[in-house]
Ligand binder design. Structure first.
Ligand SMILES: *Cc1c(COP(=O)(O)O)cnc(C)c1O
Ligand SMILES: *[C@@H]1O[C@H](CO)[C@@H](O)[C@H](O)[C@H]1NC(C)=O
Ligand SMILES: *[C@@H]1O[C@H](CO)[C@@H](O)[C@H](O)[C@H]1NC(C)=O
Ligand SMILES: *[C@H]1O[C@H](CO)[C@@H](O)[C@H](O)[C@H]1NC(C)=O
Length: 432
């Protein structure tokens, strides 16, 4: 059986290749091969590790050289901040909705793809934020792709943080508004850009920022940004993917963290991180803005409805956060413990007090080798280097979760300290 399959696969590969050379220009193969080689040369070629368990604090990871061998790893690099990805209540509701509502809709929302569970989840999210209405998307990437083109035209101005997420950058590219960029979290520069937009006579000015910048664990100063937005009569849009569900006293995100929930006009976020991690994104705002988006937003009009198990997982996750049962206290205890231990040992740890904990190493090769050594010790972390982060600022980005036990966090911190000392990144113990 195995041999039959393999020969079939080989056959189909051969015939594909033949078809490609016979019927299409071979330029595409050459161009793609060159691009791939350039990616490898630049050290930006990405490979994917294969996990064989649900996403959780300790996972099993396939040996790249032997698919039937897996090793346990403490996972320190998921966006699973609340550990809800495999929470029994989340999985149970996904199964329940699968049974009661089927696998999916085979339709976009406005034709025949809206079920009661979609309306219920939108209402649940609006209630969670205290907003008038919410629109669901297949992802936050889509939410960001849809919004700017609908709300802004060539008479308007969009003022974006220089380090905004790729999806905001792409969304902004699709709209005709005049574009202004301010330095990351720099409110003085933001003010200058707003003045520049005014001098060009913008009808509407929209400020767009991530709530939390994911490479740095840096929290946007929304209190100050709100002051300036109001001074210049600008609309404030916050993409809160790395805050929704756990930042702020009750997990409402960055606006709650700064006590400015009433001053942020539009929030886009994801169901694909802390809130169960399945998929899905949303925009929540006033009834009119959401109505207009439902009528005009292309990723909403031209893409399939959210599948029912995904809706179920998200609704159970939000309920857990809403009822204060999502382990926020433990997440913050883990965050403080890990950041505290690494700083005390002499590491440079960037960012504000956020579960995203960038351990700064500087050199790209050092970051890659450090991460490999951590993997060998059973701790799954990934090194980030240029072009994902600026040159000379390579790092290992650790992400804490409420799912981690105190012992797991200590074990990970101890491994960092041991390798850091051995490699001379931090002072050795006896020099302290
Ligand atoms: C993850 C992320 C997104 C994309 O969210 P998806 O729902 O996975 O598409 C968008 N913006 C920010 C800031 C993010 O961190
Ligand atoms: C692959 O891993 C399995 C399970 O650990 C083991 O039994 C097998 O011998 C390994 N194969 C090779 C080629 O190393
Ligand atoms: C389009 O907008 C109108 C007016 O606000 C609203 O009544 C209608 O429900 C919207 N369409 C959809 C598909 O939501
Ligand atoms: C979220 O998306 C909506 C619609 O796509 C947009 O109007 C809003 O500005 C976005 N908000 C953020 C914070 O990205």
């Amino acid at each position: 059986m195995f041999h039959v399959n393999r020969s079939l696969r080989t056959l189909s590969r051969i015939s594909l290749a033949n078809t490609a050379t016979r019927r299409y220009s071979s330029r595409i193969h050459e161009i793609v091969a060159n691009e791939l080689q350039a990616t490898r040369d630049a050290g930006t070629f990405k490979s994917e590790r294969v996990i064989t368990t649900p996403q959780r604090s300790t996972i099993r990871v396939q040996d790249p050289n032997n698919q039937s061998a897996t090793t346990p790893q403490i996972n320190m690099c998921a966006n699973n901040y609340l550990g809800l990805s495999d929470h029994p209540a989340v999985v149970a509701r996904a199964k329940e909705y699968l049974d009661t509502h089927g696998a999916g809709l085979s339709s976009v929302r406005f034709i025949c793809g809206t079920q009661d569970i979609h309306k219920k989840l939108e209402k649940q999210i609006s209630d969670f934020y205290g907003t008038e209405d919410t629109i669901l998307y297949a992802s936050c990437f889509d939410a960001n792709g849809g919004i700017f083109e609908v709300l802004l035209n060539e008479q308007d101005a969009i003022i974006s943080d220089a380090l905004n997420h790729a999806s905001i950058i792409d969304g902004v590219r699709l709209c005709k508004a005049k574009r202004f960029r301010y330095q990351n979290c720099d409110v003085e520069d933001l003010e200058k850009q707003l003045q520049a937009a005014d001098s060009q006579g913008a009808r509407l000015k929209m400020i767009a920022t991530d709530g939390v910048f994911s490479m740095d664990g840096k929290i946007a100063p929304l209190d100050k940004i709100c002051d300036i937005a109001e001074k210049y009569d600008a609309v404030l849009f916050v993409d809160d993917c790395h805050a929704t569900g756990f930042l702020g006293k009750t997990g409402r995100g960055t606006p709650e963290y700064f006590g400015v929930q009433d001053r942020v006009h539009i929030v886009n976020s994801t169901l694909g991180k802390a809130l169960g991690g399945a998929a899905g994104g949303y925009t929540t705002s006033t009834a009119d803005i959401i109505s207009l988006l439902r009528n005009r937003s292309r990723p909403y009009l031209f893409s399939n409805s959210l599948p029912s198990p995904v809706v179920g997982a998200a609704s159970a996750a939000i309920q857990l956060v809403d009822e204060g049962k999502a382990g926020l206290d433990h997440l913050w205890a883990n965050t403080h413990l890990f950041r505290g231990k690494l700083k005390a040992a002499g590491f440079t740890v960037n960012g504000d007090n956020h579960p995203i904990t960038p351990v700064m190493l500087g050199d790209a090769r050092l970051a890659a080798e450090f991460a490999d050594e951590m993997l060998q010790k059973g701790i799954y972390v990934v090194g980030f280097s240029y072009p994902v982060v600026p040159k000379g600022q390579a790092r290992i980005r650790v992400q804490l979760s409420a799912a981690h036990t105190t012992e797991e966090v200590e074990k990970a911190a101890d491994a960092f300290i041991e390798i850091g000392r051995r490699r001379g990144v931090i002072p050795s113990a006896n020099k302290l």
